[in-house]
Ligand binder design. Sequence first.
Ligand code: C2E
Ligand code: CA
Ligand code: CA
Ligand code: CA
Length: 279
Amino acid sequence: AKAAGRNTARFFDPAMQHQINERLALEAALREAIEQRRLTLWYQPQVDATGTTLGAEALLRWIDKDGRIVPTDRFIPLAEETGLIHPIGRFVLQATCEQLAAWASEPRLAGLVLAINISARQFAEPDFVSELRTMLVDHHVPAGRLKLELTESVVLEHVDEAVQRMEQLREIGLLFALDDFGTGYSSLSYLKRLPVDQVKIDKAFVRDVCEDAGDAAIARTIVTLGHVLGISIIAEGVETEAQLDFLQACGCDAYQGYLFGKPMPVDEFERFAASVATA
Ligand code: C2E
Ligand code: CA
Ligand code: CA
Ligand code: CA
């Protein structure tokens, strides 16, 4: 009876009840946002050393009823836990394919590559490969225009299945980037096993790359190792000229960050990409 009493007391803990209510409310709001198509994609430029736009990373934005952006880190983890990441992932895939199809007839946009983030649960779905293939065919989008960003944790959890799946998709021409590289606990030797086209140096290393000798060494090592393995290197979170200079000296192939452009709505990105590089 005492134990039950404690449990009852805990159940009525007002702080915990408040948390549960908040979570349920957020989940309901997210469900509604998906149904009412209030999720959208913003695009952040990815550029080469001359400042030429190579493409963009598509980043999910949820604009609430009052026109405010709900922070991604508030709702992506929730979407993963509740399974809502599946309809969201399908939306992202569909929206990027539609975008690539729309750009196909625009000379200055036709060559751009769009990168999308794929969550662990989405990548593990049995239908993932066939859905992706159908989506590309339906929109007449060449597979090489789409780059899938996976994190180390997505790949390494079930490495053999993941590698097999990646190889299937690379056969039809899809590109892969390894996101947040260096932040996990995996050893560098894993990179040799992973069929990726690109590695992203995480913004955590880029931030202090000019001041912190350790971060500088990590960035340099990732570039050297990647190039030995035939993998291109993109640095994310580039905010200053000094960071860019350092990363260029390291031999980085591509860059993404506020220095070039923040994530922006599609019409703004189209103007950005069509304008001549000034670097
Ligand atoms: P991520 O994939 O590592 O994305 C990079 C994040 O860094 C983005 O945050 C971007 O806005 C931010 N960022 C870009 N440049 C800079 C910079 O120069 N400085 C700093 N400090 N930050 C910069 P965002 O858009 O809030 O996304 C957060 C995370 O949410 C993403 O991290 C990704 O893991 C997840 N995410 C976003 N869109 C999707 C999606 O469509 N599907 C899935 N599964 N996850 C997504
Ligand atoms: Ca990413
Ligand atoms: Ca990242
Ligand atoms: Ca991240």
